[in-house]
Design a protein. Sequence first.
Length: 187
Amino acid sequence: MKIAIIVGSTRPGRLGSQVGAWVAAHATDRDEATFEVLEVADFGLSLLDEATIPGAADREYENPRTREWSTAVDSYDGFVFVAPEYNHSVSAAMKNAFDVLYPEWAGKTVAFVGYGASGGIRAVEHWRGIVANASMFATRNQVAVNTLTDFPGGELAPSDRLAADLTGVLDELVTLTSRIGSPALAI
């Protein structure tokens, strides 16, 4: 089982890279899945610049960057969205990265590690509705990283509670992802 940790901010100096690295480091001891970080910023995606909507494109995208993103996303069984909260919602870059594809997400699993002044909880709640449209299976629990208290001196210093929350969310994601192959849940 292969899980992508998607860092959804493209802002220079983004805290999401630290959060994504922490999730990856926390997941290294797990035997049931491999976890890899994907930074949306590394793909240089354009803003919805293709005439054919992703659901109808059948993975045949015009833009080479979209094709590269498609191939990367399609290769994973599930995802951890490292979701920043911008103005009480999702980041435009991450929403665009989601919107330029469709079948690559459909029927797969997702967990959320939100971050922001309120732990990213509002962004995560918005993500739940968004991923439901792609028939994704979301974990019930989430991790809320507070940028005001969990980054003393600008560096992520996760508490024991945050680490325990992350363990629980990864357990839930792995269990859910392993069940997706069963005929009762297959789409």
